[in-house]
Design a protein around this ligand. Structure first.
Ligand code: SF4
Ligand code: SF4
Length: 380
Protein backbone atom coordinates (compact mmCIF):
# COMPACT_ATOMS: atom_id res chain seq x y z
CA UNK A 1 0.00 0.00 0.00
CA UNK A 2 1.23 3.48 -0.83
CA UNK A 3 2.55 5.55 2.09
CA UNK A 4 1.01 9.00 2.81
CA UNK A 5 4.07 10.62 1.24
CA UNK A 6 3.73 8.48 -1.90
CA UNK A 7 0.03 9.26 -2.13
CA UNK A 8 0.70 12.99 -1.87
CA UNK A 9 3.30 12.65 -4.62
CA UNK A 10 0.85 10.73 -6.84
CA UNK A 11 -1.89 13.32 -6.32
CA UNK A 12 0.52 16.05 -7.27
CA UNK A 13 0.95 14.39 -10.66
CA UNK A 14 -2.79 13.74 -11.11
CA UNK A 15 -4.11 17.24 -10.48
CA UNK A 16 -7.15 17.78 -12.80
CA UNK A 17 -6.68 21.58 -12.91
CA UNK A 18 -3.10 21.21 -14.07
CA UNK A 19 -4.18 18.58 -16.58
CA UNK A 20 -6.79 20.94 -18.04
CA UNK A 21 -4.23 23.75 -18.27
CA UNK A 22 -1.78 21.44 -20.06
CA UNK A 23 -4.49 20.26 -22.47
CA UNK A 24 -5.43 23.87 -23.26
CA UNK A 25 -1.78 24.80 -23.86
CA UNK A 26 -1.45 21.76 -26.07
CA UNK A 27 -4.41 22.82 -28.17
CA UNK A 28 -2.88 26.28 -28.65
CA UNK A 29 0.42 24.76 -29.80
CA UNK A 30 -1.30 22.38 -32.19
CA UNK A 31 -3.40 25.21 -33.63
CA UNK A 32 -0.23 27.22 -34.13
CA UNK A 33 1.31 24.33 -36.10
CA UNK A 34 -1.83 24.25 -38.23
CA UNK A 35 -1.61 20.66 -39.44
CA UNK A 36 -4.29 17.98 -39.47
CA UNK A 37 -2.14 15.18 -38.13
CA UNK A 38 0.78 15.02 -35.75
CA UNK A 39 1.97 11.50 -34.97
CA UNK A 40 3.86 10.85 -31.75
CA UNK A 41 5.06 7.38 -30.81
CA UNK A 42 5.81 6.25 -27.29
CA UNK A 43 7.83 3.11 -26.63
CA UNK A 44 6.82 1.82 -23.25
CA UNK A 45 4.06 -0.50 -22.09
CA UNK A 46 3.77 1.44 -18.84
CA UNK A 47 3.13 4.62 -20.81
CA UNK A 48 0.35 2.87 -22.72
CA UNK A 49 -1.18 1.67 -19.45
CA UNK A 50 -1.13 5.18 -18.06
CA UNK A 51 -2.52 6.67 -21.29
CA UNK A 52 -5.36 4.12 -21.40
CA UNK A 53 -6.10 4.11 -17.68
CA UNK A 54 -6.34 7.89 -17.35
CA UNK A 55 -8.06 8.41 -20.72
CA UNK A 56 -5.29 10.69 -21.93
CA UNK A 57 -6.15 10.28 -25.60
CA UNK A 58 -9.60 11.65 -24.83
CA UNK A 59 -8.19 15.04 -23.84
CA UNK A 60 -5.67 15.38 -26.66
CA UNK A 61 -6.35 17.71 -29.58
CA UNK A 62 -7.93 15.67 -32.38
CA UNK A 63 -4.90 16.33 -34.60
CA UNK A 64 -2.58 14.34 -32.31
CA UNK A 65 -2.21 10.67 -32.99
CA UNK A 66 -0.47 9.04 -30.03
CA UNK A 67 0.62 5.51 -30.84
CA UNK A 68 2.58 2.81 -29.06
CA UNK A 69 5.68 1.38 -30.69
CA UNK A 70 7.79 -1.66 -29.82
CA UNK A 71 7.47 -0.97 -26.12
CA UNK A 72 6.92 -4.32 -24.54
CA UNK A 73 9.78 -6.79 -24.22
CA UNK A 74 7.37 -9.73 -24.10
CA UNK A 75 5.68 -8.69 -27.36
CA UNK A 76 8.93 -8.35 -29.27
CA UNK A 77 10.40 -11.70 -28.18
CA UNK A 78 10.52 -13.67 -31.39
CA UNK A 79 8.97 -17.12 -31.82
CA UNK A 80 12.34 -18.88 -32.39
CA UNK A 81 13.53 -17.53 -29.04
CA UNK A 82 10.49 -19.09 -27.36
CA UNK A 83 11.23 -22.29 -29.32
CA UNK A 84 14.66 -22.44 -27.72
CA UNK A 85 13.11 -22.34 -24.23
CA UNK A 86 10.52 -24.96 -25.19
CA UNK A 87 13.23 -27.21 -26.65
CA UNK A 88 15.34 -26.91 -23.48
CA UNK A 89 12.32 -27.87 -21.36
CA UNK A 90 11.81 -30.84 -23.67
CA UNK A 91 15.47 -31.76 -23.25
CA UNK A 92 14.95 -31.99 -19.48
CA UNK A 93 16.12 -28.59 -18.25
CA UNK A 94 14.11 -26.67 -15.66
CA UNK A 95 13.24 -23.46 -17.52
CA UNK A 96 12.44 -20.32 -15.52
CA UNK A 97 10.50 -17.47 -17.07
CA UNK A 98 8.47 -14.39 -16.25
CA UNK A 99 4.72 -15.11 -16.02
CA UNK A 100 3.81 -12.98 -19.05
CA UNK A 101 6.15 -15.02 -21.21
CA UNK A 102 4.35 -18.28 -20.49
CA UNK A 103 1.55 -17.81 -23.01
CA UNK A 104 3.59 -16.17 -25.77
CA UNK A 105 3.35 -18.42 -28.81
CA UNK A 106 6.53 -19.92 -30.20
CA UNK A 107 6.57 -21.23 -33.75
CA UNK A 108 4.34 -24.08 -32.64
CA UNK A 109 4.23 -24.13 -28.84
CA UNK A 110 4.46 -21.77 -25.89
CA UNK A 111 6.39 -22.34 -22.67
CA UNK A 112 2.96 -22.89 -21.08
CA UNK A 113 2.34 -25.71 -23.57
CA UNK A 114 5.72 -27.17 -22.67
CA UNK A 115 4.69 -27.08 -19.00
CA UNK A 116 1.36 -28.75 -19.80
CA UNK A 117 3.26 -31.43 -21.73
CA UNK A 118 5.15 -32.29 -18.52
CA UNK A 119 8.19 -30.04 -19.01
CA UNK A 120 9.66 -28.34 -15.97
CA UNK A 121 8.76 -24.69 -16.49
CA UNK A 122 8.53 -22.36 -13.48
CA UNK A 123 7.49 -18.73 -13.21
CA UNK A 124 9.91 -16.35 -11.52
CA UNK A 125 9.72 -12.66 -10.62
CA UNK A 126 13.38 -11.94 -11.18
CA UNK A 127 16.89 -13.24 -11.40
CA UNK A 128 17.22 -13.50 -7.61
CA UNK A 129 14.46 -16.08 -7.54
CA UNK A 130 16.19 -17.95 -10.36
CA UNK A 131 19.27 -18.19 -8.14
CA UNK A 132 17.17 -19.59 -5.28
CA UNK A 133 15.53 -22.22 -7.50
CA UNK A 134 18.88 -23.29 -8.95
CA UNK A 135 20.28 -23.70 -5.44
CA UNK A 136 17.21 -25.70 -4.40
CA UNK A 137 17.70 -28.12 -7.34
CA UNK A 138 21.45 -28.73 -7.45
CA UNK A 139 21.04 -31.95 -9.48
CA UNK A 140 19.16 -30.27 -12.32
CA UNK A 141 20.21 -28.01 -15.16
CA UNK A 142 18.27 -24.79 -14.58
CA UNK A 143 17.90 -22.24 -17.38
CA UNK A 144 16.75 -18.67 -16.77
CA UNK A 145 14.87 -17.43 -19.86
CA UNK A 146 16.00 -13.93 -19.30
CA UNK A 147 13.94 -11.31 -21.12
CA UNK A 148 13.32 -7.59 -20.91
CA UNK A 149 14.88 -4.37 -22.08
CA UNK A 150 18.02 -2.71 -20.77
CA UNK A 151 16.46 -2.20 -17.33
CA UNK A 152 16.11 -5.90 -16.58
CA UNK A 153 19.25 -6.82 -18.52
CA UNK A 154 21.24 -4.86 -15.94
CA UNK A 155 19.85 -7.05 -13.14
CA UNK A 156 20.81 -10.19 -15.09
CA UNK A 157 24.29 -8.77 -15.75
CA UNK A 158 24.79 -7.96 -12.06
CA UNK A 159 23.83 -11.52 -11.03
CA UNK A 160 26.21 -13.01 -13.62
CA UNK A 161 29.05 -10.82 -12.42
CA UNK A 162 28.41 -11.89 -8.83
CA UNK A 163 28.56 -15.54 -9.97
CA UNK A 164 25.80 -18.04 -10.76
CA UNK A 165 25.37 -21.48 -9.19
CA UNK A 166 27.08 -24.14 -11.35
CA UNK A 167 23.77 -25.57 -12.56
CA UNK A 168 22.26 -22.22 -13.65
CA UNK A 169 22.61 -20.73 -17.11
CA UNK A 170 20.98 -17.85 -18.95
CA UNK A 171 19.06 -17.94 -22.22
CA UNK A 172 19.16 -14.26 -23.14
CA UNK A 173 16.15 -12.82 -24.94
CA UNK A 174 17.10 -9.32 -23.77
CA UNK A 175 16.53 -6.45 -26.18
CA UNK A 176 18.00 -2.97 -26.44
CA UNK A 177 15.44 -0.28 -27.33
CA UNK A 178 17.27 2.67 -28.94
CA UNK A 179 18.19 0.80 -32.18
CA UNK A 180 14.56 -0.35 -32.56
CA UNK A 181 13.36 3.25 -32.31
CA UNK A 182 15.74 4.13 -35.14
CA UNK A 183 14.46 1.34 -37.37
CA UNK A 184 10.83 2.29 -36.77
CA UNK A 185 11.59 5.97 -37.37
CA UNK A 186 13.23 5.15 -40.69
CA UNK A 187 10.58 2.75 -42.03
CA UNK A 188 9.21 3.82 -45.42
CA UNK A 189 5.77 5.34 -44.94
CA UNK A 190 6.26 5.92 -41.22
CA UNK A 191 4.36 8.95 -39.96
CA UNK A 192 6.21 9.05 -36.65
CA UNK A 193 7.62 12.54 -36.15
CA UNK A 194 8.59 12.40 -32.48
CA UNK A 195 9.14 9.90 -29.68
CA UNK A 196 8.27 9.80 -26.03
CA UNK A 197 11.07 7.68 -24.57
CA UNK A 198 10.56 5.29 -21.66
CA UNK A 199 11.44 6.84 -18.32
CA UNK A 200 12.37 3.56 -16.59
CA UNK A 201 14.83 2.59 -19.29
CA UNK A 202 16.29 6.09 -19.42
CA UNK A 203 17.11 5.88 -15.70
CA UNK A 204 19.77 3.40 -16.84
CA UNK A 205 20.74 4.74 -20.27
CA UNK A 206 20.25 8.44 -19.53
CA UNK A 207 18.74 10.71 -22.12
CA UNK A 208 21.91 11.88 -23.87
CA UNK A 209 22.10 8.57 -25.77
CA UNK A 210 19.04 9.62 -27.82
CA UNK A 211 20.66 12.82 -29.12
CA UNK A 212 22.36 11.32 -32.23
CA UNK A 213 19.07 9.71 -33.24
CA UNK A 214 17.10 12.94 -32.73
CA UNK A 215 19.55 14.72 -34.99
CA UNK A 216 19.80 11.96 -37.61
CA UNK A 217 16.03 11.55 -37.98
CA UNK A 218 15.35 15.25 -37.36
CA UNK A 219 12.81 14.68 -34.64
CA UNK A 220 12.27 15.53 -30.97
CA UNK A 221 12.70 12.79 -28.38
CA UNK A 222 11.21 13.52 -24.98
CA UNK A 223 11.94 11.31 -21.99
CA UNK A 224 9.09 11.14 -19.53
CA UNK A 225 7.55 9.42 -16.52
CA UNK A 226 4.30 7.59 -16.01
CA UNK A 227 1.89 9.81 -14.12
CA UNK A 228 -0.81 11.50 -16.23
CA UNK A 229 0.74 14.95 -15.85
CA UNK A 230 4.16 13.55 -16.80
CA UNK A 231 2.70 12.24 -20.04
CA UNK A 232 0.69 15.37 -20.84
CA UNK A 233 3.62 17.68 -20.08
CA UNK A 234 5.85 15.56 -22.30
CA UNK A 235 3.37 15.68 -25.18
CA UNK A 236 3.18 19.46 -24.80
CA UNK A 237 6.98 19.67 -24.84
CA UNK A 238 7.10 17.41 -27.91
CA UNK A 239 4.60 19.54 -29.81
CA UNK A 240 6.44 22.74 -28.85
CA UNK A 241 9.63 21.21 -30.21
CA UNK A 242 7.90 20.14 -33.43
CA UNK A 243 6.55 23.67 -33.81
CA UNK A 244 10.01 25.20 -33.40
CA UNK A 245 11.78 22.58 -35.53
CA UNK A 246 13.95 21.38 -32.63
CA UNK A 247 15.62 18.05 -33.34
CA UNK A 248 16.91 17.35 -29.91
CA UNK A 249 16.26 15.52 -26.65
CA UNK A 250 14.26 16.93 -23.74
CA UNK A 251 14.18 15.47 -20.26
CA UNK A 252 10.68 15.73 -18.78
CA UNK A 253 11.53 13.24 -16.03
CA UNK A 254 14.39 15.00 -14.27
CA UNK A 255 13.32 13.68 -10.88
CA UNK A 256 14.60 10.24 -11.99
CA UNK A 257 16.60 10.61 -15.21
CA UNK A 258 19.91 12.37 -15.85
CA UNK A 259 21.79 13.10 -19.08
CA UNK A 260 24.43 10.37 -18.75
CA UNK A 261 22.22 7.93 -16.82
CA UNK A 262 23.39 5.35 -14.32
CA UNK A 263 27.02 4.82 -15.32
CA UNK A 264 27.82 1.89 -12.96
CA UNK A 265 24.73 0.06 -14.29
CA UNK A 266 25.76 0.75 -17.90
CA UNK A 267 29.24 -0.57 -17.10
CA UNK A 268 27.79 -3.85 -15.82
CA UNK A 269 25.44 -4.11 -18.82
CA UNK A 270 28.21 -3.74 -21.40
CA UNK A 271 30.65 -5.85 -19.42
CA UNK A 272 28.34 -8.85 -19.75
CA UNK A 273 26.34 -8.25 -22.94
CA UNK A 274 27.14 -7.22 -26.48
CA UNK A 275 24.57 -5.92 -28.96
CA UNK A 276 23.85 -8.15 -31.97
CA UNK A 277 21.31 -7.99 -34.77
CA UNK A 278 18.13 -9.97 -34.25
CA UNK A 279 14.52 -10.27 -35.27
CA UNK A 280 11.98 -8.39 -33.15
CA UNK A 281 8.71 -10.27 -33.48
CA UNK A 282 6.79 -9.20 -36.55
CA UNK A 283 8.69 -5.92 -36.89
CA UNK A 284 12.11 -6.33 -38.49
CA UNK A 285 15.63 -7.50 -37.93
CA UNK A 286 17.02 -4.79 -35.66
CA UNK A 287 20.77 -4.28 -35.97
CA UNK A 288 22.17 -4.17 -32.42
CA UNK A 289 18.67 -4.81 -31.04
CA UNK A 290 19.43 -8.06 -29.17
CA UNK A 291 21.71 -8.45 -26.17
CA UNK A 292 23.91 -11.55 -26.32
CA UNK A 293 26.21 -12.78 -23.57
CA UNK A 294 29.84 -12.05 -24.39
CA UNK A 295 32.10 -15.02 -25.19
CA UNK A 296 33.82 -14.82 -21.81
CA UNK A 297 30.50 -15.77 -20.19
CA UNK A 298 30.07 -18.87 -22.40
CA UNK A 299 29.95 -21.10 -19.31
CA UNK A 300 26.66 -19.53 -18.22
CA UNK A 301 25.25 -19.01 -21.73
CA UNK A 302 22.57 -21.65 -22.33
CA UNK A 303 23.03 -21.30 -26.11
CA UNK A 304 26.66 -22.39 -25.81
CA UNK A 305 26.20 -24.80 -22.94
CA UNK A 306 23.52 -26.91 -24.62
CA UNK A 307 22.92 -28.23 -28.08
CA UNK A 308 19.43 -26.73 -28.33
CA UNK A 309 17.42 -28.98 -30.61
CA UNK A 310 14.61 -26.76 -31.89
CA UNK A 311 14.08 -29.12 -34.83
CA UNK A 312 12.55 -31.55 -32.37
CA UNK A 313 9.53 -29.21 -32.19
CA UNK A 314 8.83 -29.01 -35.87
CA UNK A 315 6.64 -32.06 -36.15
CA UNK A 316 3.70 -29.92 -34.98
CA UNK A 317 1.77 -27.63 -37.34
CA UNK A 318 1.87 -23.90 -36.52
CA UNK A 319 -1.49 -22.53 -35.29
CA UNK A 320 -3.57 -21.26 -38.23
CA UNK A 321 -4.93 -18.07 -36.66
CA UNK A 322 -1.41 -16.79 -35.97
CA UNK A 323 -1.08 -15.94 -39.67
CA UNK A 324 -3.73 -13.24 -39.23
CA UNK A 325 -2.07 -11.52 -36.25
CA UNK A 326 -0.86 -7.99 -37.10
CA UNK A 327 1.20 -7.34 -33.94
CA UNK A 328 4.23 -6.35 -35.99
CA UNK A 329 2.36 -3.64 -37.90
CA UNK A 330 0.86 -2.36 -34.65
CA UNK A 331 4.26 -2.14 -32.96
CA UNK A 332 5.73 -0.39 -36.01
CA UNK A 333 3.00 2.23 -35.76
CA UNK A 334 1.10 1.44 -38.96
CA UNK A 335 -2.01 -0.16 -37.42
CA UNK A 336 -3.92 -0.28 -34.15
CA UNK A 337 -5.56 -3.23 -32.39
CA UNK A 338 -8.94 -2.25 -33.81
CA UNK A 339 -7.55 -2.92 -37.29
CA UNK A 340 -7.09 -6.58 -36.34
CA UNK A 341 -10.06 -8.77 -37.28
CA UNK A 342 -9.29 -11.09 -34.36
CA UNK A 343 -9.20 -8.38 -31.64
CA UNK A 344 -11.71 -9.14 -28.89
CA UNK A 345 -13.11 -12.08 -30.88
CA UNK A 346 -10.81 -15.02 -31.53
CA UNK A 347 -7.99 -13.18 -29.75
CA UNK A 348 -8.64 -12.54 -26.04
CA UNK A 349 -6.37 -12.28 -22.99
CA UNK A 350 -7.43 -15.80 -21.93
CA UNK A 351 -6.80 -17.20 -25.42
CA UNK A 352 -4.23 -14.90 -27.05
CA UNK A 353 -3.35 -15.42 -30.69
CA UNK A 354 -0.48 -12.94 -30.71
CA UNK A 355 2.03 -11.71 -28.16
CA UNK A 356 0.45 -8.23 -27.88
CA UNK A 357 -2.62 -9.82 -26.23
CA UNK A 358 -0.49 -11.72 -23.71
CA UNK A 359 1.57 -9.22 -21.82
CA UNK A 360 0.23 -6.63 -19.39
CA UNK A 361 2.43 -4.21 -21.35
CA UNK A 362 1.07 -5.27 -24.76
CA UNK A 363 -1.09 -2.80 -26.68
CA UNK A 364 -3.85 -5.29 -27.54
CA UNK A 365 -4.13 -6.51 -23.93
CA UNK A 366 -4.20 -2.94 -22.58
CA UNK A 367 -6.81 -1.78 -25.10
CA UNK A 368 -8.89 -4.84 -24.33
CA UNK A 369 -8.58 -4.25 -20.59
CA UNK A 370 -9.67 -0.62 -20.85
CA UNK A 371 -12.45 -1.27 -23.32
CA UNK A 372 -11.18 0.94 -26.08
CA UNK A 373 -10.57 4.04 -23.94
CA UNK A 374 -7.80 5.01 -26.35
CA UNK A 375 -10.44 5.85 -28.95
CA UNK A 376 -12.61 8.11 -26.81
CA UNK A 377 -11.69 11.10 -28.92
CA UNK A 378 -13.50 9.50 -31.85
CA UNK A 379 -16.79 9.52 -29.97
CA UNK A 380 -16.19 12.77 -28.04
S1 SF4 B 1 10.64 -2.37 -19.03
FE1 SF4 B 1 9.81 -0.56 -18.01
S2 SF4 B 1 10.50 1.14 -19.23
FE2 SF4 B 1 10.79 -0.68 -20.43
S3 SF4 B 1 8.92 -0.84 -21.63
FE3 SF4 B 1 8.58 -2.07 -19.84
S4 SF4 B 1 7.64 -0.66 -18.42
FE4 SF4 B 1 8.50 0.60 -20.01
S1 SF4 C 1 -5.57 -8.71 -31.41
FE1 SF4 C 1 -4.40 -10.59 -31.14
S2 SF4 C 1 -4.11 -11.39 -33.18
FE2 SF4 C 1 -4.69 -9.24 -33.37
S3 SF4 C 1 -2.77 -8.11 -33.44
FE3 SF4 C 1 -3.41 -8.16 -31.32
S4 SF4 C 1 -2.39 -9.96 -30.49
FE4 SF4 C 1 -2.29 -10.17 -32.70
Amino acid sequence: MASPAELAQQLKFRDPEKARALAAALQREVDAIGRDEITIMHVCGSHEQSIARFGIRAVLPRQISLIMGPGCPVCVTDAPEIDEGVALAKQGCRVLTYGDMLKVPGTVKSLGDAQADGGKVDIVYGVEQALEIARAHPDEEVVFFSSGFETTAVATAAAILRGLPKNLSVLSAHKYVPPAMEIVAGMPGSKVEAFLAAGHAAIITGCDCFRPMAQKYRMPIVVTGFEPLDVLAAILKTVEMIRHGEHDVANCYPRCVTGPGNLPAQKMLWQVFEPVGGQWRGIAVIPDGNLRLKAEFAAVDARRRFDIDVRSLWDYAPPKLAERCICGEIMAGFKSPKDCALFGKECLPESPVGACMVSSEGTCKIWHQYGGVPDLKEVG
